[in-house]
Write a protein that binds this ligand. Structure first.
Ligand SMILES: Cc1cc2nc3c(=O)[nH]c(=O)nc-3n(C[C@H](O)[C@H](O)[C@H](O)COP(=O)(O)O)c2cc1C
Length: 312
């Protein structure tokens, strides 16, 4: 760790030192006297008091908005979410209209609020104190709201994401209520999967087709030229099941192995897969009969988002 002596403090080193403290990112929004919107990115935000409810942040005295913000009756603290990095950059750079293309909602106290943030606090602008080259603003919270989104973080001059520390798994507060089984998305997904798929899988099995065969064919059709271990990894089936299924599929002419043991579907395999998919679709339609098209679309869209959540 670099030790810095007090008398000859290097401003750049001090800035680096301050930057070691990880923060969230907020955008302070407010209205100037002429009604024009003010917005700037701020990470000096801090909670201050619960009763009365107070927060603080500090503004560079060189800011063009110093006078307007000093005179404003209220301001809002918009706590940015992990997917709002562009908003942070937008409000950290001078522009003719920083709000151009930004969706705004009017808060209860009349402040312009950014949409889809982690949280916002609308505050009465109650005190300002000198703080060296900054002015400290203290706000009394009049309204606030929180969401379940993940926050955007800032440390070492870089944006970051919040992830739970692994040791937290062992230090959960004991007074936390035991979650109900019905609260677990994974259990709900599993139970609904069994509910929808069991009748269909039973029918396939009655015809001597284990569900593993169909699953493997689907994966090979989506990713041709996999080897057997890659098929096992992709389908999450154990190697013994995969080997048995692949042998059956090859003996029945549904898949082909090339010299490098890479697997592709044969024409027969493609036809078989098509017929299985059509039947699965009919089963699904029967099970989902009675649900509205909107509900089904919403479910599908949510499931797709979960599957592709790493791309979000
Ligand atoms: C991550 C980050 C945090 C910032 N925090 C502050 C802050 O706490 N106070 C401040 O005055 N400026 C802060 N800034 C700089 C302002 O956002 C920037 O100077 C902005 O252009 C000021 O807007 P204005 O020129 O419209 O006043 C920060 C910038 C970034 C990127």
């Amino acid at each position: 760790m670099t030790k810095v002596d007090a008398p000859k403090i290097d401003a750049r080193e001090l800035r680096n030192c301050f930057g070691k403290f990880a923060t969230g990112i907020t955008v302070i929004t407010s209205l100037a006297k002429d009604g024009s919107k003010i917005g700037l990115t701020v990470n000096s935000f801090s909670s201050l008091s619960i009763d009365p409810p107070m927060i603080l942040w500090s503004l560079d005295n060189r800011s063009n908005n110093l006078v307007d913000l000093t005179e404003a009756s209220h301001f809002a603290v918009n706590v940015l979410a992990s997917d709002q990095l562009e908003l942070s950059n937008n409000f950290a750079n001078p522009a003719d209209d920083k709000f151009d293309g930004v969706t705004i909602i009017e808060g209860k106290c009349g402040m312009p609020l950014l949409k889809d943030t982690v949280a916002y606090l609308e505050c009465k602008n109650v005190h300002q104190y000198p703080g060296g080259d900054h002015t400290i603003f203290v706000g009394e919270v009049e309204d606030f709201e929180i969401s379940n989104k993940k926050p955007l973080l800032y440390a070492n001059g870089q944006y970051g994401l919040a992830t739970r520390h692994p040791s937290n798994h062992f230090s959960e507060p004991t007074e936390i209520e035991e979650p109900q089984d019905n609260d677990f998305i994974v259990l709900l997904l599993l139970r609904s999967y069994w509910e929808i798929s069991d009748p269909f899988h039973r029918e396939l099995l009655d015809e001597g087709i284990p569900v593993a065969h169909a699953r493997i064919l689907i994966h090979i059709s989506q990713t041709p030229n996999m080897t057997a271990p890659e098929v096992a990894k992709s389908t999450r089936l154990d190697m013994a099941t995969v080997s048995m299924s692949l042998k059956w599929l090859r003996d029945n002419g549904q898949i082909k192995f090339d010299d490098a043991e890479c697997i592709t579907l044969s024409e027969k395999g493609r036809e078989f897969l098509k017929s299985v998919k059509c039947r699965a679709q009919r089963f699904e339609e029967e099970v989902l009969d009675g649900y509205s098209a909107e509900d089904i679309d919403m479910l599908k869209s949510m499931l797709r988002k979960l599957i592709h959540r790493r791309d979000v």
